[in-house]
Design a protein around this ligand. Structure first.
Ligand code: DGJ
Length: 727
């Protein structure tokens, strides 16, 4: 059994693979958090309740535990706990005080669907167990249901919250986070992933300080700047050892992840929809659901936490036909042509791609309306007959005849002021009446909080997808929200716009992906501006970054892999000098870096010389041989690019019979060590592995204890890879 309830002590013990999480209903009805960490047997957890002999602060309500030191499971505001609350509700009388007490609970097998939201799921009821605890504020008849699901095969616990107004007054939700967890000490480091366009998800690890540390987005998207992920790590935890507590929000909009260390050196972690510029009117009889947070515990370091997220997301977050299918090697025309192409130019690239073994040709931006630059036509989803006179289906069929599948770019959440759609519906964008509409990349954001806007887009996109042989869609989104407001919402609901937008987006994605189950969808947001689990639920791969430079990609892909599986990480070889940083790196290194994700090319293949074409052909052939290891295996990060000049990653199949290792060295080192060894990880110590391409057979134990010899590498930006096979 995964969830144990002890009626004598009124405790709940949640057991996922390798981890325990314990709660208790106190005598006064408050819900306290007692433990989260390594999986343990049932015990007297009450021992951990803090009952001080001396305390200055608000009095305890008949349980001897003052509210400011109690570990609250879903803390409220205004009754003596002065740390950040998990939620806040405004009543009709203006008060923002609520008081939630335990009412009842349910334990059942399975995991209910989170209506309207992306979330992890199960395929059989016996994969997981769910606990729902109902809290109640009897003064205003507000019910709050805290949901917990524990998975038998993952060290993951998911949490979400539902607020139901059972009273007869309007309530206004000012804040409703998905999770709050109190830790008994502050002896941790905080890890988060920050960045910018072209520099996404760099790792930053810092010691916790007293006060609040916040990672957030207020942009209406999960953002390039911060990922909806944080982890607390033991001070001495590293890649392969130590305790790590991961939190990842399954949401693609503005979020907050907050860590507060108080004056008693305890730590409160909370995460959810960003309360900044948010409120939600909760009418009598209505309810509000928060998105889900996936919490993963590891006692074997960050590497094991990542692999748990990878396995869970690969198999129980991503969906559809492609979840378990090898992903095609693609050629995308964006950096090859930008907006400057016609059908013949595209077919030239596709023809070359076919000769080199590529499997999917993707036509990027510029095929619709009258679009020749980024200043028009978003929203006009009909083919540009000047560029493609015979239409998309003709192009798609010709590409198919070459032996490649055909894919197409869209940016369906946007509208250009210079478009037929905008001229017909100027109020269909997010805006505030009489205010300037701030453009970014010359475009405005469509108001997906409106049903009719979403329905129109579903039809436009469906129309294109059903009239041409399209097997792949790149779903782009290139700007953040400004002047957030909706023409369709009343004044007291304006602050719901950004969240209603996300719910609208999820409905659109659900509808389109179910109408076209055979299409492979790839998310994109000016590169990796929305690389989050919410998007992965609908689209099982995401364009990681517009930065395709092999050196920059080491940090971007390493950081992304902290939470997201390699199969989801879109990675392409592009031309040199690189278009983002103007660096010149060898074709081999660009290939090796991109092969560590979901592989493809993004350059004009027709312009490559004979030598480079040969290299591309070999790379494609090689990737086809190893992609099952990278896409479905386990990843072990061996050397971090954030710590020096070198990076190394290893991928191993679940049965540990095949492995692939990639090593990168950024700058050449004069007169370096004669023997440099790379210690492996994740192999079977009892198996012997042949190093493919040599006669060498080595024990898995030796390779993990002593390592592989790194050959002498001359010059900057060099890499080397190995393939191992158990014999
Ligand atoms: C941003 C994406 O990240 C690029 O890959 C490309 O699709 C452009 N948008 C097209 O406008």
């Amino acid at each position: 059994m995964s969830i144990l309830y002890n009626p004598q002590e009124n405790t709940f013990h949640l057991k996922a693979k390798g981890t325990s999480y314990v709660l208790k209903v106190l005598k006064n009805g408050y819900l306290a958090h007692l433990y989260w960490g390594k999986g343990v047997r049932n015990s007297n957890f009450e021992y951990y309740l803090n009952k001080p002999s001396f305390f200055i602060g608000s009095n305890a309500q008949n349980d001897n535990i003052p509210p400011d030191i109690l570990s609250h499971e879903y803390p409220s505001y205004g009754t003596g706990d002065f740390r950040h609350p998990a939620y806040q509700i405004q009543l009709e009388n203006g008060s923002t005080i609520t008081d939630l007490k335990y009412r009842t609970h349910r334990i059942f097998s399975g995991k209910p669907k989170l209506e309207g939201y992306p979330a992890t799921y199960i395929e059989q009821d016996d994969e997981a167990e769910t606990l729902e605890i109902e809290l109640f504020d009897s003064l205003i008849d507000l019910t709050v249901i805290l949901s917990y699901t524990v998975f038998n095969n993952f060290s993951a616990i998911t949490r979400s919250v539902r607020l139901i107004n059972e009273g007869n007054q309007d309530l206004k939700i000012l804040k409703a986070l998905s999770v709050s967890v109190d830790f008994p000490s502050c002896n941790y480091d905080l890890l988060h992933l920050h960045g910018a366009w072209s520099r996404e998800r760099h790792m930053e690890r810092q010691s916790l300080n007293h006060g609040s540390q916040i990672v957030e987005s207020r942009r209406g998207a999960s953002s390039h700047q911060h990922n909806p992920f944080i982890a607390l790590l033991d001070k001495d935890a590293g890649e392969n050892s130590g305790e790590v507590y991961g939190f990842n929000l399954v949401y693609s909009g503005s979020f907050i992840a907050q860590v507060e260390v108080d004056h008693y050196d305890t730590t409160r972690v909370s995460m959810g929809i960003n309360p900044f510029d948010f409120s939600w009117k909760l009418e009598p009889g209505s309810s509000f659901q928060t998105p889900e947070v996936v919490m993963v515990y590891s006692d074997s370091g960050l590497g094991e936490m990542s692999r748990e997220y990878h396995r869970l997301y690969r198999t129980r977050l991503c969906r559809g036909k492609y979840r378990d299918s090898i992903r095609p090697v693609l050629i995308n025309n964006w950096e090859a042509t930008y907006f400057d192409f016609d059908a013949e130019k595209l077919l030239e690239i596709a023809r070359e791609g076919a000769k080199l073994g590529l499997e999917l040709f993707v036509l990027d931006d510029g095929w619709f309306g009258k679009r020749d630059s980024d200043n028009c036509s978003l929203g006009d989803w009909f083919v540009n007959k000047r560029k493609l006179p015979a239409g998309l289906s003709d192009l798609g069929e010709k590409v198919n005849k070459l032996g490649l599948k055909f894919g197409l770019w869209f940016e369906p959440e946007m509208v250009s002021p210079d478009s037929d759609l905008y001229r017909a519906h100027p109020d269909w964008c997010i805006h505030v009446p009489n205010r300037h509409r701030t453009e970014a990349r010359n475009q405005l954001v469509l108001d997906y909080s409106r049903k009719e806007v979403c329905d129109a887009i579903i039809e436009m996109v469906s129309n294109i997808l059903s009239t041409a042989p399209i097997s792949y869609v790149k779903w782009d989104m290139n700007r953040n929200m400004t002047e957030i407001g909706s023409a369709a919402l009343p004044p007291d609901r304006q602050r719901e716009t950004a969240h209603r937008y996300m719910l609208g987006l999820y409905r659109v994605l659900e509808e389109i992906t179910s109408r076209f189950p055979d299409v492979l969808f790839e998310g994109c947001s000016a590169g990796g501006g929305r690389f989050d689990p919410g998007i992965l639920y609908y689209m099982p791969q995401i364009w990681t970054s517009d930065d395709t430079d092999a050196v920059e990609r080491l940090k971007i892909q390493h950081g992304t892999s902290i939470v997201y599986p390699p199969i989801t990480i879109g990675a392409h070889v592009s031309a040199v000098p690189n278009h983002q940083v103007h660096r010149i790196t060898p074709m081999e290194t660009r290939g090796h870096a991109a092969m560590c994700g979901n592989f493809g090319y993004e350059l004009d293949l027709t312009k490559l010389d004979y030598m480079d074409k040969g290299i591309v052909k070999n790379q494609v052939e090689y990737y086809k041989e190893i992609r099952h290891i990278i896409q479905f295996g386990d990843m072990y990060r061996l050397i971090s690019p954030f710590e020096g000049n070198e990076t190394a990653w290893l991928y191993v199949t679940e049965d540990k019979t095949e492995a692939y290792v990639a090593f990168f060295r950024v700058l050449a080192q004069p007169n370096g060590p004669h023997t440099k060894l790379l210690r492996l990880n994740g192999l079977d110590p009892d198996k012997n592995y042949q190093i493919i391409g040599t006669d060498l057979i080595m024990g898995g134990d030796v390779l993990m204890s002593a390592g592989l010899k790194i050959p002498e590498l001359t010059g900057d930006f060099k890499s080397v890879t190995w393939r191992l096979k158990a014999v």
